[in-house]
Design a protein around this ligand. Structure first.
Ligand code: ADP
Length: 606
């Protein structure tokens, strides 16, 4: 008990530690798998985003390059040159205005205008409009300043007149090697936005400072990717590049930088949904396109892969546990089989032990039986000794008296009396001899060999010995043979002895009823249950129960002194028993019926 108590907690702790390690490993692996899937999906998004960015860059380039050459063509127009030389010529101005108006319409530009060396607009395509550029001083605009310095100007800005954004191209107008003014073309690039469908993905065009020029989300326009430094803000205010717009930061937050062209960022409107931000620089304009891809599909893919990997590992673990369980069950079965076999062996052992004990007990029992038989014999011997003493005492006393008398008679010379005395003595001795002879019979061992004895013949032989007496006593004899040729396995002489004994007893019994009309001795031969059956019945007085109880005991007799010894039936019963048969008695009406059963002999048995 104590050991199991102290052993259990460490085992449980070990199991828990193992479980924790397994869980950690499973989570790590699933995390790696999820990350890998997320990265793969992100890489795909990046590829698609890069293609989109290329597309946007090409379309912007196409748009701008269409107008880039336009300012240069204006110095080829004679009227333009002339107007710059004679700015007060009203007719000329009208002509140039009209020309610019037509050119503007044909080229699809927003506004085309001409500025003198002081930065004042001399003619403009929008000359008819109320807020026409004509007369405006745009010297502060960087593209104008650049062009006046002889460098072609390019600039994106929000118009100060109408607040409309545009891309400005400016180039000096030269005549005979001298600059007369600046030709300017304003292009509306907002038309690009029309192709940017609002959706999950966003596209932005930013300038060199990160100010959003174009955006698929209208609210993001003129916001900045990052807060601007005070110097930049000052510079932008001076050029009024974005006119009145506040230029507040968009609030993008970089979560992870993938490389210098891509990072994972969050937008202020949903901090929990990171997006992939990709950038494409547009040399030589220092602008950039920014493409924001929705990462939810990649994140879903990562999540799914994570869950799937966890599930897969759980499945694997279950498989392993199942296999282990089966193996354990198998070995348990083997242990059970071994245990059963062992207990069976034990049972067999104890059974054979029991068998041995029983055999011993049986042997003891047999021994006891033998001893009992011996004891029984001793008891019979005791009875016999008492009987013999009783039987011999009387004749012996008589013998003594008579022999004493004979001696006296001879001394007195009465020889005749002495002779009669001596003959009585001789009779007494003969009787004693008879008694001892019968005793010898009783004590005789069953050494006779058994043969097939024809029962009818044995009965005839026995009958021969009592025939004379039957005649004298007028007893009729009846024999019924139910079965012919019945042979019994026994000794013929001794069977005859038994039969004579039974016949004599029957005659004695009938003699005791001299007045009875019916005097009959019936013998029956048959067989039953594989045994020869002989019945001897008389018409005598029969057997009272008290007599029947002691019939086969030695020295039991009801006959008067000197008539019966009481050994006949005892000897007969012993003889029949030695043959393996049985002698018994039944009450009959009238008389008594004795039944002898003997083993049947196969005919021809020697
Ligand atoms: P014994 O004939 O010397 O008396 P048995 O052993 O032959 O001795 O018989 C014992 C007794 O059984 C007889 O004394 C008699 O009383 C009784 N007995 C035997 N046979 C008959 C019979 N057929 N009918 C009546 N009594 C019988």
């Amino acid at each position: 008990m104590a050991t199991s108590h102290s052993a259990a907690p460490p085992r449980r702790a070990r199991r828990m530690a193992l479980g924790a390690v397994l869980l950690a490993v499973a989570l790590t692996l699933a995390g790696l798998a999820g990350r890998w899937a997320g990265d793969a999906a992100t890489a795909k998004l990046r590829e698609a985003g890069a293609q989109r960015l290329d597309g946007y860059a090409v379309s912007l380039d196409n748009l701008l390059s269409k107008y880039e050459f336009l300012p240069g063509t204006l110095e080829l127009n004679k009227d333009v040159i002339a107007l710059l030389q004679r700015p007060d010529d009203g007719t000329l101005r009208n002509e140039v205005n009209t020309y610019l108006e037509q050119l503007n319409r044909r080229s699809g530009a927003t506004t085309i205008y001409i500025v003198n060396l002081q930065g004042v607009t001399q003619a403009a395509s929008n000359w008819r409009a109320a807020d026409s550029f004509v007369g405006d001083n745009v010297a502060f605009r960087p593209y104008v300043r650049d062009a006046l310095r002889g460098v072609p100007g390019m600039f994106y800005g929000v118009g100060t007149t109408r607040g409309e954004p545009g891309y400005f191209f400016a180039k000096g107008i030269f005549y005979e090697g001298r600059m007369l003014g600046v030709a300017t073309v304003k292009v509306n690039i907002e038309q690009l936005e029309k192709g940017w469908e609002p959706g999950a993905d966003q596209v932005l065009l930013t300038d060199a400072h990160g100010v959003v020029l174009l955006s698929s989300v209208p609210e993001w326009k003129y916001r900045t990717l990052a807060p601007l430094t005070p110097e930049v803000l000052r510079e932008l205010n001076a050029s009024r590049q974005y006119f009145l717009h506040a230029l507040s930061p968009l609030g993008l937050r970089e979560l992870r930088r993938l490389d210098d062209r891509a990072s994972i960022v969050t937008l202020p409107q949903d901090e929990r949904a990171p997006v992939l931000s990709q950038k494409r620089s547009l040399a030589p304009r220092l602008w950039s396109f920014i493409y924001l891809s929705d990462l939810s599909s990649a994140r879903a893919s990562a999540r799914n892969t994570f869950a799937f990997a966890l599930l897969l590992q759980a499945l694997l673990l279950m498989l392993v546990l199942y296999a282990r369980q089966r193996r354990r069950a198998h070995s348990q079965l083997e242990v059970m089989v071994a245990e059963r076999t062992a207990s069976l062996q034990q049972m067999t052992q104890s059974l054979s032990e029991e068998i041995r004990v029983r055999c011993k007990a049986e042997e003891k029992l047999r021994q006891a039986q033998r001893e009992l038989v011996q004891a029984g014999k001793m008891a019979v011997l005791g009875q016999m000794a008492a009987g013999i003493t009783h039987e011999l005492n009387q004749p012996l006393t008589a013998l003594r008296t008579m022999s004493d008398n004979a001696r006296v008679l001879i001394e007195r010379g009465r020889l005749e009396d002495a002779s009669s005395n001596l003959s009585t003595i001789s009779q007494l001795v003969a009787r004693m001899g008879e008694l001892t002879g019968q005793l010898r019979q009783f004590a005789r061992k069953a050494d006779a060999s058994l043969t097939a004895v024809p029962v009818a013949a044995a009965i005839s032989a026995a009958l021969f010995l009592v025939e004379r007496r039957m005649e004298q006593e007028r007893v009729s004899f009846r024999m019924s043979i139910r079965e012919q040729d019945v042979h019994a396995l026994c000794d013929s002489n001794r069977l005859e002895q038994v039969l004579v004994n039974l016949f004599a007893n029957a005659l004695d019994a009938m003699e005791a009823m001299p007045n009875s009309a019916l005097r009959e001795l019936c013998v029956n031969i048959g067989s039953a249950n594989g045994r020869a059956v002989i019945t001897v019945q008389d018409s005598g007085p029969g057997l009272p129960a008290a007599v029947r109880a002691h019939l086969f005991e030695p020295f039991f007799t009801t006959k008067p002194q000197g008539k019966g010894l009481g050994l006949g039936l005892a000897i007969s019963e012993q003889i029949i028993r030695e043959f393996g048969g049985e002698l018994r008695v039944e009450a009959a009406t009238p008389g008594a019926r004795f039944i002898i059963e003997l083993p049947l002999a196969q005919q021809g048995t020697a």
